[in-house]
Write a protein that binds this ligand. Structure first.
Ligand SMILES: NC(=O)c1ccc[n+]([C@@H]2O[C@H](COP(=O)([O-])OP(=O)(O)OC[C@H]3O[C@@H](n4cnc5c(N)ncnc54)[C@H](OP(=O)(O)O)[C@@H]3O)[C@@H](O)[C@H]2O)c1
Length: 273
């Protein structure tokens, strides 16, 4: 009976994770969401499976994460097989701007950097720490951070990905945290990995018609960089395809196979698109 915890279960990839994982009636699927009631309603209307449990979980609220781990423990018998750290502060005023451009309002930039760091780094470290006792007792022992190709140094350098600095830096910091966890706990057989989902059509993926000025220029630069990097690329994929590919990578990865602490794409390598 595999057990899963997925953060950011309210929408986008997180919602798709709980939809796909709950298709196995033997699975216990726990989604953490900031708005528990709204997510429960959406799950009932759009998925309708009794093996999905939604708990309140906000990455910037340590107590909510602690309580979610306690509640999870009660229904899994103190164990957890998979922790999918998917939730993230994605959209922000810095999504398509450069760091120098954002420097025109240094206070807003500071707030943006701190917000990204607080949710995506401190929040995920707290999340992993409160669920670690359950993971240790699980059979599968896999902790996966959903990260971004924006955090890959070579990609940023090669295609001039100057935009989304605060978000990308928070993902890069968390990728390193995942490698740190592996260095400490890989010998216990716990797999820690960072996996990028590709470019996926979720609310975290902006419709270009809503952008103007420097934001539109930033998005255009990003898309043309993607086209140069991956001429085969046909645009963002759908959440169901991304989640399927991510789980193929999770299933074939292991500490013994040398995957601990790695940072890969939904293809299991450094091909980000
Ligand atoms: N879509 C892409 O192209 C893409 C590309 C690279 C990486 N990613 C990564 O994929 C993951 C999922 O993103 P998505 O595309 O599904 O984006 P999304 O549709 O914007 O969903 C983001 C999710 O994160 C949750 N979240 C935001 N702040 C949170 C907090 N403080 N605590 C807990 N949950 C929080 C949101 O909950 P609310 O509903 O409560 O706001 C929502 O469920 C993220 O880690 C993102 O960085 C996505």
């Amino acid at each position: 009976m595999p057990s899963y915890v997925v953060t950011g279960a309210s929408r986008g990839l997180g919602f798709e994770f709980i939809r796909q994982l709950s298709a196995d009636p033997a699975a216990i699927v726990i989604g953490l969401a900031r708005d528990k009631a709204a997510t429960e309603k959406k799950v009932a209307a759009e998925i309708g499976r009794s093996n999905i449990h939604i708990f309140h979980g906000d990455l910037v609220d340590y107590e909510s994460l602690k309580k979610a781990a306690e509640d999870t423990s009660k229904i899994t018998g103190g164990r957890l097989d998979y922790l999918i750290a998917n939730g993230a502060l994605v959209g922000s005023m810095s999504a398509y701007r450069s760091l120098s451009d954002l420097g025109d309002d240094h206070k807003a930039l500071e707030d943006d950097l701190l917000a990204a760091y607080k949710a995506n780094v401190i929040g995920n470290i707290n999340l992993i720490n409160v669920f670690l006792p359950l993971i240790r007792k699980g059979d599968v022992k896999k902790v996966v951070l959903i990260t971004s190709g924006h955090a890959d140094l070579e990609l940023v350098r090669d295609i001039k990905l100057y935009m989304a600095g605060p978000y990308a830096m928070s993902k890069a910091a968390m990728n390193l945290a995942i490698a740190k966890y592996h260095s400490e706990l890989g010998s216990e057989g716990i797999l820690f990995m960072s996996i990028s989902p590709g470019a996926v059509q979720t609310s975290g993926y902006t419709d270009p018609t809503g952008l103007s000025g420097k934001d539109k220029a930033g998005l255009d630069a990003m898309v043309s960089g993607f086209a140069k990097y991956a001429p085969h690329w046909k645009g963002a994929i759908m959440p169901d395809e991304s989640v399927k590919l991510i789980f193929e990578v999770i299933n074939k990865s292991s500490v013994e196979g040398g995957d601990g602490g790695s940072f890969v794409s939904h293809y299991g390598n450094k091909q980000w698109l």
